[in-house]
Structures are given as structure tokens and as C-alpha cells.
Ligand binder design. Structure first.
Ligand SMILES: NC(=O)c1ccc[n+]([C@@H]2O[C@H](COP(=O)([O-])OP(=O)(O)OC[C@H]3O[C@@H](n4cnc5c(N)ncnc54)[C@H](O)[C@@H]3O)[C@@H](O)[C@H]2O)c1
Length: 265
């Protein structure tokens, strides 16, 4: 079963998806384009980002801007480029994130700052830069990629990452309250284990197999799985939802123990 794509339920909407050259962000950008939105892809990876924009349909519907979301100028550039290219901004997705694996006893302050800088500071900077444009437009949607790691669970090596993602959930609640009066909703998605280029690069095949075995639905997620939840918040169906997030994990958080595949008796 697949989602009904191309129903164009985001016709005339303008979106900025940050961290969308590849992986989950690319899946979100692809879903938005399929639903009729025009999409600015912002990322630090220029060659991949340009290729992604071309693959999604080129300048009429998808463009690329090189921007580092951990920097104030990067966030402002991404928003300004979206407005310049398409005439406004209705949907902001801050999906850029980095996830180095380092035990807390080995995390240097610089690595801590780098992870928090992209994942959490970047989310604040993106919201801060998009806010005046959405206010002037009479409303908007902000959607941030959190994780099950941090808000719900963790594992060794994720000290900085878990802190950054739990921070995003707290920020979502504050921003949702502050921006409600501007008709801007703020929500998040919390992916479980999604098979992306980044995961293949940074995680061993053994780790990936172990994660597959831990998911009741029996497979890792895809970028399209996460994009479906992001699309829901961005669509008219999500108009009355703010300050919350959707877990997209194939049931990974559910088991009480490692024996969840056993039948009783
Ligand atoms: N893949 C998973 O299993 C999983 C699970 C939970 C949460 N997440 C989150 O989903 C998001 C995407 O993950 P992914 O697996 O697709 O990762 P990925 O590494 O495949 O893609 C991330 C993208 O963000 C870009 N990026 C990194 N730093 C940036 C910066 N400073 N400014 C702009 N762009 C930047 C990268 O170039 C890349 O294109 C991240 O926030 C990640 O923490 C992923």
C-alpha cells in the first residue's frame, strides 16, 4: 500500500526544506512537489542539492540554495532565497541534522557545539528567520525533524544528539504557543530508524540488521514514510494541530522487552 501521491493538495504553497539534498529531507521535498508545492531546497551539499532540485523538476518547482543552517546568515539566506524565487513562504521544514556516534566520555566541547549548532540552534534560527515572512503572509506551517532518540529513548554514543532532539521538542511547544496568534502552527516528526544515505554511511550493516529486528513492522522506515507525516502537518488536514509531534517508527517504541516476537505459552 502506498500513499496517494500527486493529489496536489499543496497547490500554490511555497515551501523551504532545509537539509533536503538527500535522505529524509529529499523525501519531504519530493512529496511536497508531488502535491503541487514549489520547494526551495537548502543544504550545505551544493552538488547533491543542485542534482536533487533538477531531479524533482527543476526551476519551476524545485530550486537549491547553499546555506548552513547552524549560522544566522545561512538561515536568513535560505528564507530570502525562497521569497526571491517563489514570492513567499508558507511551509518551513527544518530537517538538517548530524548524528556522530561518540561516547560522552569522549565528546569534546567542539563536537557538542557542532551537533547542537545544526540540530537545535539551526531549528531556532530557521524559525526565527521564517517568522516575519509568515506573519506578514497571515500564517504558515513550521515542521521540525526531531527523533525518537532524545524525547523517548537513547543508546550509548548519542549524548549530544539526544539532547539536541529533546531540545527540539521543547522548542516546538514554546514556538507553538508564541506563534499561534499569527496563525502559524509548529509541529514535529520523530523518526525511528529510517534507511538513508547518512545512516548507511555512519552505521554498520550489523547495527542496521539489529534495528530491523527491533521494529514490529519488520523493516526500517523510508524517507517517504516520514514525508507522509510531515505532509499531514503541512496540509489543510493539519490546520488545527499545533505543538505536538508524530512518531514514525514502525512500532519500535512499543515492545516492553526484547521478546516481542514470541507468542505466549
Ligand atoms: N535516518 C534516521 O534513522 C533518522 C532517525 C531519526 C531522526 N533523523 C533525523 O532526520 C534528519 C535527516 O536525517 P537523514 O538520515 O536523512 O540524514 P542525511 O545525513 O542523509 O541528510 C541530512 C541532510 O542535512 C544536510 N545538512 C547537514 N548539516 C547541515 C547544515 N548545517 N545546514 C544545512 N544542511 C545540513 C546534509 O548535507 C544532508 O543533505 C536529521 O535531522 C536526523 O537527525 C534521522
Amino acid at each position: 500500500m502506498t500513499a496517494t501521491l500527486g493529489a496536489r493538495r499543496l497547490e500554490d504553497r511555497i515551501a523551504l526544506v532545509i537539509g533536503a539534498a538527500r535522505g529524509i529531507g529529499k523525501g519531504i521535498a519530493a512529496r511536497f512537489v508531488a502535491e503541487g508545492a514549489r520547494v526551495m531546497i537548502a543544504d550545505t551539499e551544493a552538488a547533491i542539492g543542485e542534482a536533487t532540485a533538477a531531479e524533482l523538476g527543476g526551476a519551476e518547482v524545485a530550486r537549491f540554495i547553499a546555506a548552513d543552517i547552524s549560522r544566522k546568515e545561512g538561515a536568513e539566506l535560505a528564507v530570502a532565497a525562497t521569497v526571491d524565487a517563489f514570492g513567499g513562504l508558507d511551509i518551513l521544514v527544518q530537517n538538517a541534522g548530524i548524528y556522530p556516534w561518540t561516547l560522552i566520555e569522549n565528546i569534546e566541547a567542539e563536537e557538542w557545539d557542532a551537533v547542537l549548532g545544526v540540530n537545535l540552534r539551526g531549528t531556532f534560527l530557521a524559525a526565527r528567520a521564517a517568522l516575519p515572512v509568515m506573519r506578514a503572509r497571515g500564517g504558515g506551517r513550521m515542521i521540525f525533524t526531531s527523533s525518537i532518540t532524545g524525547p523517548h529513548v537513547s543508546s550509548p554514543g548519542h549524548g549530544h544528539y539526544a539532547a539536541s532532539k529533546a531540545g527540539i521538542n521543547g522548542f516546538i511547544k514554546s514556538a507553538a504557543i508564541e506563534f499561534a496568534g499569527y496563525n502559524i502552527t509548529v509541529n514535529g516528526v520523530e523518526p525511528g530508524n529510517i534507511l538513508t544515505e547518512g545512516v548507511k554511511l555512519h552505521r554498520s550493516p550489523a547495527f542496521i540488521k539489529q534495528m530491523e529486528d527491533a521494529v514490529p513492522l519488520g523493516r526500517l522506515g523510508t524517507p517517504a514514510d516520514v514525508a507522509g507525516a510531515v505532509f499531514y502537518f503541512a496540509s489543510d488536514d493539519g490546520a488545527y494541530i499545533t505543538g505536538t509531534s508524530i512518531v514514525v517508527d514502525g512500532g519500535q517504541l512499543l515492545p516492553e522487552g526484547a521478546d516481542f516476537k514470541m507468542t505466549p505459552g
